[in-house]
Design a protein around this ligand. Structure first.
Ligand code: F0G
Length: 458
C-alpha cells in the first residue's frame, strides 16, 4: 500500500476556527507579529510546537481517571517509575513538571562558573539553564548537520573529533557532563546514530565524563536508527531505544514530546549521589520525589504514552507524514533542511528570502506570511531565537541558520490538514519576493523570542 493512514480513529474532536485574511492581518498586528502572542483560538492549524500538543489516547484518558493523587508513594508514581526504568534502565527516576525543570535541577548541581557543557546542539531552554548556572553551553555538531540542503542519514551526530579536542583544550575537570540531544531539535530534528552515541561514550569514558541524553524525541530517533543504520532493521524500536539509553549515564526528558502527554518530564540517572542532590533540590522547587511537580494522573498519562510511542505502526505513520510534507515543499521549490526530520519541517528562510538579511529576520517574515495567508502558526529558529548582541559594537551576531519550523503535533492533524498546509505554502512561495523584513521594538534579555515585539519594515 502506498498510503500510510493514521493508525487510529477519532473519538473526540475539537473544532477549529476559520478567519479571513483581513481578520488575520489585524490579529498579527495586535500580536506584534510574534506567533507566541497570538491567541490559540485565532489559529487554524497550529504548528508552533509538537510539545504538549499531542492527542492522548483513550487509554491515557482512562489513566487520568485512575490517577492516584496521594502526596507520597502514589501508585501512579510506581507505575511511572517502573515504565521509565524498564525503558531506560536508569536506576533513579525523578519526575519533573517538564523538561526544563529537569535541566534546571541538573545544571544547578553540576553547572556553575568555569564549567563547560558540550552537546550536539543545545535546545534553547537547555542552553538557558546551562548559562543561568554560570556554565557555558557549547554546540559540537558534525559538519553535515550545518548544511541544510545536504541529504545525510544522521545529521544530528556529535562531531566526536571536535569533542575530544574540546575536552583536551578545556580539561576534563571543567566538563561535568556531556549531552546528546535526540533528535537534534535545533538542528532540524535530525537523528543521531547509535554508532555516534557509542563513539561519544567511548571518548567520554576515557576522560571520566558522564553522558546524558536529552531524550525528548528518543522514539523518533530510535525509529530512524531502525530505518537507516546497518544492523538495526530487525531490532524492535524498544530494543533500539534501550540500547541508546544503555550507552548513557542519565537523561533529561520532556514527556510533552515522545511520551505523548500534555505535561511532564523527568530526570533519570545511575549516580546515587547526584540523584540524592537532585531529589533534595526537587523538593524545594518541584515537589516530593513521588510526584515532582505533577499530578498522579499526569504520571499515569506519561507511563501509558511511553508504551504507545514505541508502537511501530505509529512511528511509521509519524515519520512518513512529516516526510510527506517535506517532499511536497521540496517539489515546489521551497528550500528545507534535508532530509525531513522526525517531528517537523524546517524551511531554510535564508535561501527562500535572499533579499532579507539576517538582521531583518527573514524567518519572522515567513512565519508571519504563513499566518496571514492561511492561519497557520509556525516558529522562527534563527536570529530571533538565537541572535545575540556583540557587547562592544551592539550589532547582532546571527546563528549559522535562519530556519522556520513547522512542528507537527502527534496524532492531532490528518492528511487533509497537511494538504491544506501544502497549499498555503505554495502561496507563501509565490509571494516570497514581496515579503519584507522586521525590526524588534521590544525584547527580554533571555529567551527573547517568546515575548519580543516586531514592526514590519517598509
Ligand atoms: N530539550 C529539547 C530538545 C526540546 O525540544 C525541549 C522543548 C526541551 C528540552 C524542554 O522541554 O518544553 O518540556 O521544558 N522543546 C519545545 C519545542 C518547547 O517547541 O521544541 P520542556
Amino acid at each position: 500500500m502506498k498510503t500510510i493512514i493514521e493508525p487510529f480513529k477519532i473519538k473526540s474532536i475539537e473544532p477549529i476556527k476559520f478567519t479571513t485574511e483581513l481578520q488575520r492581518e489585524s490579529i498579527l498586528r495586535k500580536a506584534f507579529f510574534n506567533p507566541f502572542l497570538i491567541p490559540a483560538d485565532d489559529v487554524l492549524i497550529d504548528l508552533l510546537t509538537d510539545s504538549g500538543t499531542s492527542a492522548m489516547s483513550a487509554k491515557q484518558w482512562a489513566g487520568i481517571m485512575d490517577g492516584d493523587e496521594s502526596y507520597a508513594g502514589s501508585k501512579s508514581f510506581y507505575r511511572f517509575e517502573k515504565t521509565v526504568r524498564d525503558l531506560t534502565g536508569f536506576h533513579h527516576i525523578i519526575p519533573t513538571h517538564q523538561g526544563r525543570a529537569a535541566e534546571k535541577i541538573l545544571f544547578s548541581i553540576v553547572g556553575g562558573k568555569g564549567k563547560w557543557i558540550p552537546n550536539n546542539t543545545h535546545f534553547d531552554t537547555t542552553r538557558a539553564n546551562v548559562e543561568y548556572s554560570g556554565a557555558e553551553a557549547v554546540d559540537l555538531l558534525n559538519e553535515t548537520g550545518k548544511h541544510p540542503e545536504l541529504k545525510a542519514d544522521f545529521k544530528g551526530n556529535m562531531d566526536t573529533a571536535a569533542l575530544e579536542k574540546f575536552i583536551q583544550d578545556k580539561g576534563a575537570e571543567h566538563i561535568p557532563l556531556c549531552l546528546i540531544t535526540v533528535t537534534n531539535n535545533s538542528g532540524g530534528g535530525q537523528p543521531v546514530s547509535m554508532e555516534n552515541i557509542r563513539q561519544t561514550k567511548k571518548i567520554l569514558q576515557h576522560y571520566h565524563i558522564p553522558l546524558f541524553l536529552d531524550a525528548c524525541r528518543f522514539a523518533e530517533n530510535a525509529y530512524f536508527i531502525k530505518l537507516r543504520e546497518k544492523g538495526y532493521a530487525d531490532k524492535s524500536v524498544r530494543e533500539i531505544a534501550r540500547e541508546m539509553f544503555s550507552l548513557a549515564d542519565g537523561c533529561t526528558m520532556s514527556a510533552k514530546k515522545d511520551a505523548l502527554a500534555n505535561i511532564g518530564g523527568f530526570l533519570a540517572m545511575n549516580d546515587s549521589a547526584l540523584a540524592s542532590k537532585s531529589r533534595n533540590l526537587l523538593i524545594v522547587t518541584e515537589g516530593f520525589p513521588t510526584y515532582g511537580g505533577l499530578a498522579g494522573r499526569d504520571l499515569e498519562a506519561i507511563a501509558q504514552g511511553l508504551e504507545e510511542i514505541l508502537d511501530e505502526d505509529y512511528l511509521r505513520y509519524r515519520i512518513r507524514s512529516v516526510e510527506y510534507l517535506g517532499d511536497k515543499f521540496s517539489a515546489m521549490g521551497i528550500p528545507i533542511v534535508q532530509p525531513p526530520g522526525g517531528h517537523a519541517i524546517y524551511i531554510d528562510a535564508k535561501r527562500l528570502l535572499q533579499h532579507i538579511p539576517p538582521h531583518e529576520y527573514p524567518g519572522q517574515a515567513v512565519v508571519s506570511e504563513f499566518f496571514r495567508l492561511g492561519g497557520i502558526r509556525c516558529v522562527e529558529i534563527g536570529s530571533v531565537m538565537f541572535g545575540k548582541y556583540d557587547t562592544t559594537t551592539g550589532s547582532l551576531i546571527s546563528p549559522p541558520m535562519e530556519l522556520v519550523r513547522l512542528a507537527i503535533p502527534r496524532r492531532v492533524y490528518t492528511q487533509s490538514h497537511m494538504d491544506y498546509v501544502i497549499e498555503v505554502a505554495e502561496n507563501v512561495f509565490k509571494n516570497r519576493t514581496n515579503l519584507k523584513g522586521f525590526r524588534i521594538i521590544e525584547e527580554a534579555p533571555m529567551l527573547r523570542h517568546f515575548t519580543a515585539k516586531f514592526e514590519n519594515l517598509v
